[in-house]
Write a protein that binds this ligand. Structure first.
Ligand SMILES: C[S@@+](CC[C@H](N)C(=O)[O-])C[C@H]1O[C@@H](n2cnc3c(N)ncnc32)[C@H](O)[C@@H]1O
Length: 311
């Protein structure tokens, strides 16, 4: 065959193979997703997140009982009353945040509360090196940078590597030197860490923080049963599920692929060793979210627990 024709035939054959294999992979994914959607639609209550997840219609009493169960499991739990007047002033002092959060006005105050609690807990001030981990979609870091703080945003979904104040990395493997950071937080994020990434992130935070540096995780999702809610619209690798956890379908308006909620016992079991890497650790239990609901009627507030660690 003429060399040019031969080359064309080769290229055609290679391209056909590539396209075929892409189409096959896409068909497999589509078939799996379709099967998941059908399964989720037909699932009984025991397979649906709404059966296990009390954050949708939260009650102070339910989470108060859980705080007792955490203590029974050996966790250091400290109660905290959010200072409503101070938080209210803080929210008014951050109009940029108030205006950009979020699609759902019912969770706007919850988002602001998470930022407020993280800032308070890590004692954020100008001059500190701070990383907001799993930050994509949030406005917190740009707000802090606007106020002159040295805040960095890290997320798995950003382009890999350090690009100015944005870091594309797994929370378990952050490309910064040990002891180089004053504060780390994860807001509305820790529950999304699949497989061993919850433990991996705790270990990585302990490595990154300088002595005396602080980590805040808010909310810390604790429920009476250990469960993982997954979206039928995404494929989660089977190896990412915790042993002993109920795996259920999300049946709310969000399609976040993965959300882990610990039982008090599962929390100790999974995170106990990693918590030992810090000199102080406590679960903070917010006991007056009802007062915030009275102040901002119609708000869905569920940051009952946060995890605070000091290196
Ligand atoms: C609900 S969003 C975060 C919301 C944001 N923190 C805020 O306050 O609005 C969860 C984020 O976690 C990120 N994520 C999930 N697993 C991660 C991992 N192992 N390392 C870093 N980021 C991760 C996802 O890419 C996603 O952007």
């Amino acid at each position: 065959m003429h060399p040019i024709r031969h080359a064309k035939a080769l290229v055609r054959e290679r391209l056909t193979n590539v396209v075929r294999s892409e189409v096959r992979a896409e068909m497999r994914t589509t078939a799996t997703l379709a099967a998941q959607v059908v399964e989720a639609r037909q699932a009984g209550a025991s397979r649906l997140a709404s059966t296990y997840d009390h954050t949708k219609s939260p009650s102070d009493e339910f989470y108060g009982d859980l705080a007792e169960r955490l203590r029974g499991a050996g966790v250091h739990v400290q109660t905290k009353q959010v200072d409503v007047a101070r938080f209210s002033d803080w929210a008014e002092g951050h109009p940029g945040l108030w205006d950009c959060y979020y699609g759902d006005p019912a969770t706007r105050v919850e988002k602001l509360l998470e930022h407020f609690l993280s800032e308070e807990s890590t004692r954020l001030t100008a001059g500190m090196a701070y990383i907001d981990v799993a930050a994509a979609g949030g406005h917190w870091v740009s707000c802090l940078r606007g106020a002159g703080l040295n805040a960095l945003a890290l997320d798995l979904s950003y382009p890999q590597g350090v690009h100015g104040w944005r870091i594309g990395a797994d929370a378990q493997e952050i490309p910064l030197p040990s002891g180089s950071v004053d504060a780390v937080s994860a807001q509305c994020a820790f529950e999304c860490f699949q497989g061993g990434a919850d433990v991996g992130f705790m270990r990585e935070a302990a490595r990154l923080l300088r002595l005396g540096g602080r980590l805040a995780i808010v909310p810390l999702y604790v429920e009476d049963a250990h469960f993982i809610a997954t979206s039928p619209y995404t494929i989660v690798e089977p190896g990412c599920f915790d042993e002993g956890a109920a795996v259920v379908w999300r049946d709310d308006e969000y399609d976040e692929p993965f959300a882990r909620h610990y039982s008090p016992e599962a929390l100790v079991d999974r995170l106990g060793d990693a918590l030992g890497l810090f000199s102080e650790t406590r679960v903070v239990h917010m006991t007056n979210l009802e007062s915030l609901r009275e102040r901002w009627p119609g708000s869905r507030l569920y940051a009952y627990f946060m995890l605070e660690c000091r290196k």
